[in-house]
Write a protein that binds this ligand. Structure first.
Ligand code: HEC
Ligand code: HEC
Ligand code: HEC
Ligand code: HEC
Ligand code: HEC
Ligand code: HEC
Ligand code: HEC
Ligand code: HEC
Length: 453
């Protein structure tokens, strides 16, 4: 070979090696990284192929405790009783996973969750009984009387299916019944592949649903001393500590999970979020829960891991005073509404007259928020989003009720009183909208949101 030929050959091969390096370095990381030997062993062919197809799933899975302890893809994805088998690349899997898949290894968590209002009652709030079997209804009713055997909330009919599917159901699906006979999916707080306690302990995880004007728990938490401290110190906390060994050293500041679920310093850790509650705060008028004493004892036991008893007792006393005083205000508003109904000045249907929205806003936004703020340390929510809303709506409500009565007197003899309530309805509409059966239905429906039992 001539020198020139040799030179060209060397040049060409150098260029090829360099370009191969360049190309290789530009390839996406997932193609460069080979799955670790451990992961192949643990998750096998699924992971190998899905690293190319859906790499995020694998990265999430790799971060999970499941990957560490050798739980495989198929452990979760194999069909359990009642699930449709799906032939997939030489494996039989299921495409819809439910709490039954998790139950194979986490029976206790599933059983506790089933007893909470996160299970059937959450779904029934929106859909009523229609999606449940008689056994499921009986099981939940034995624990939460009236929470499943009830009509859907009346707003569902008023707003229609599009809004309900993308709105109410997205949050209330935490208790959705599944085709395999189980309830819920466990991923609301754990996500699908990372299944971590760290995620479940973050306030934002609960805040996916527990936020907004009607249940501002996330905003209240961020306003509280607990929230302020947590935001600064979370980087120094051990949010991955195992539940049975969680100490105040791991988390010196509580999040939603700590107060409502965690087993801090040896306390019982629970998936029944109802266990530590003593009042039906979400109700318009808040009664004590059937297990009032026990609920309050359970929650206080958690506070007492970090606080002294006299302070906690005083905190509860002040918060209970807020329950009493909002109850009095809401009862006053209820009496105004009941008076109008008794005198036939409102239609039996809920949510068809402006005053009904005013009344709903009064307790559902203002009243409820004041109570939540009082129990979780949100002064602004007690005051400006709470009491202030209640008292200002009350004056509007009274004025509106007076107007309705005045209109009725004026229109007496000509049109039915209903016309007054609606402002000025034409007589032909009035003739058709009196449905004798709807009075009961509306009562059940309108009270569905207020009846906690
Ligand atoms: C040879 C490649 C390959 C293997 C092996 C493989 N998958 Fe897949 N998988 C795919 C592809 C490609 C898709 C996307 C199919 C589509 O888009 O319709 C998919 C889709 C899925 C889905 C979504 C199914 C749906 O329609 O909702 C699940 C769940 C799944 N795979 C789990 C697994 C599990 C678990 C294993 C191992 C037991 C596995 N896969 C093995 C390639 C693979
Ligand atoms: C802890 C249980 C668990 C393990 C382990 C697990 N998955 Fe999943 N996976 C789920 C759940 C739950 C879903 C959601 C299913 C549904 O929508 O009903 C899911 C969904 C999926 C999907 C569909 C994702 C989408 O958004 O379209 C794919 C693909 C998938 N898994 C692949 C895998 C692979 C591959 C592995 C192993 C590396 C694996 N999974 C391990 C529980 C698990
Ligand atoms: C094949 C058995 C198996 C299945 C199925 C399974 N898990 Fe696990 N899971 C485990 C084991 C084992 C651990 C580790 C427990 C330990 O560390 O002692 C674990 C740990 C966890 C943890 C704690 C993680 C952490 O950060 O400490 C969560 C949360 C969890 N699983 C949720 C789920 C959910 C949700 C499902 C269903 C989608 C599920 N698991 C399905 C066996 C399983
Ligand atoms: C996917 C939405 C969703 C997530 C995420 C969620 N919740 Fe809930 N939660 C609900 C719904 C809906 C209800 C109302 C259930 C009902 O109808 O009584 C509820 C009710 C509650 C209740 C009151 C139970 C009762 O007996 O009245 C507590 C306490 C609670 N959740 C705490 C939490 C905590 C703590 C977290 C996070 C660790 C969390 N939730 C995450 C949707 C959610
Ligand atoms: C952003 C998430 C979210 C949306 C959207 C949502 N809810 Fe809720 N809902 C919750 C949470 C969280 C609670 C628990 C409040 C509490 O206990 O303080 C709740 C409580 C309730 C309650 C009182 C508890 C009970 O079981 O009676 C009813 C009724 C209810 N929701 C009905 C609905 C209806 C109907 C819709 C749609 C028109 C809807 N919700 C939309 C999250 C949501
Ligand atoms: C409302 C949110 C929420 C839901 C829904 C939920 N979890 Fe959890 N889960 C948590 C929290 C919070 C922890 C950690 C508690 C703590 O801080 O000690 C946890 C911890 C766990 C652990 C760890 C236990 C251990 O000893 O390591 C497992 C397993 C688990 N959950 C399984 C499930 C299963 C199965 C379901 C479905 C029935 C489920 N979770 C539904 C919030 C939730
Ligand atoms: C410092 C402890 C603590 C923290 C942190 C905390 N809560 Fe609470 N929560 C309480 C107490 C106390 C009550 C009232 C209990 C009762 O009824 O006796 C309560 C009530 C509730 C209720 C009302 C249930 C009803 O009857 O309407 C919900 C829902 C709730 N909390 C969710 C959350 C969420 C979500 C977070 C985080 C964003 C959170 N909590 C943070 C202590 C806490
Ligand atoms: C994991 C520990 C922990 C738990 C559990 C806990 N707290 Fe706290 N709490 C703290 C810390 C830390 C502070 C900030 C104290 C400081 O200023 O140094 C605090 C502050 C407070 C404050 C404000 C104190 C003030 O003087 O401004 C109140 C009120 C309070 N907590 C009430 C409660 C109640 C009620 C519970 C139970 C429902 C509870 N806490 C549960 C750790 C906790």
């Amino acid at each position: 070979m001539s020198f020139r030929g040799l030179f060209i050959a060397v040049l060409l091969s150098t260029a090829m090696i360099v370009s191969a390096f360049v190309l290789q370095s530009r390839r996406p990381r997932m193609e460069v990284d080979r799955p670790t030997a451990d992961l192949v062993k643990a998750a096998g062919k699924c992971a190998d192929c899905h690293r190319k197809e859906t790499s995020a799933v694998i990265h999430e899975f790799e971060m999970s405790r499941h990957a560490q302890v050798g739980v495989t893809c198929l452990d979760c994805h194999q069909p359990t009783k009642g699930q449709d088998p799906y032939e997939h690349k030489g494996f039989t899997i299921t495409r819809k996973l439910t709490s039954n898949n998790c139950r194979q290894c986490h029976e206790q968590q599933v059983d506790e969750y089933m007893k909470s209002r996160h299970a059937a009652p959450a779904w029934a709030a929106v859909t009523g009984t229609e999606d449940f079997t008689p056994e499921q209804i009986a099981f939940a009713e034995a624990i939460h009387e009236g929470a499943v055997d009830r009509p859907p909330h009346p707003l569902v009919a008023v707003q229609g299916p599009a809004s309900i599917n993308k709105g109410c159901r997205q949050c209330h699906d935490i208790g959705r019944p599944n085709a395999d006979g189980s309830i819920g999916s466990c991923t609301a707080c754990h996500a699908r592949h990372v299944a971590s306690v760290e995620l479940a302990r973050m306030p934002e995880t609960c805040g996916q649903c527990h936020m907004g004007p009607d249940h501002s728990q996330l905003e209240i938490f961020h306003e509280s001393k607990h929230g302020a401290l947590f935001n600064v110190q979370r980087g120094r906390m051990n949010l991955e500590a195992r539940p049975e060994r969680l100490t105040t050293g791991d988390m010196p500041v509580p999040t939603c999970a700590t107060c409502h679920m965690s087993g801090l310093e040896g306390e019982k850790f629970t998936h029944d979020v109802t266990e530590r509650l003593s009042y039906f705060l979400f109700a318009s008028v808040s009664d004590r829960r059937p297990k009032f004493e026990e609920g309050q004892k359970n929650m206080k036991a958690i506070c007492l891991k970090c606080h002294t008893a006299p302070r906690i007792d005083e905190f509860y006393k002040d918060a209970e005073a807020v329950v009493d005083s909002t109850n009095t205000l809401v009862e006053e508003a209820d009496a105004i509404m009941a008076g109008l109904r008794e005198d036939g000045l409102l239609t039996p249907e809920p949510f068809d007259e402006p005053i009904e929205y005013l009344h709903f806003d009064l307790w559902h936004y203002g009243g409820r928020t004041a109570k939540h703020g009082a129990f979780m340390g949100g002064a602004d929510f007690v005051q400006w989003h709470g009491y202030y809303e209640v008292v200002s709506k009350m004056t509007e409500l009274k004025k509106s009720a007076e107007d309705i009565r005045a209109l009725a007197v004026k229109g007496k003899g000509e049109a039915a009183p209903k016309a007054a309530a609606a402002g000025e309805l034409p007589a032909d509409v009035l003739a058709t909208d009196a449905k004798p059966a709807s009075a009961d239905q509306a009562k059940g429906g309108a009270d569905a949101s207020t009846n906690p039992k």
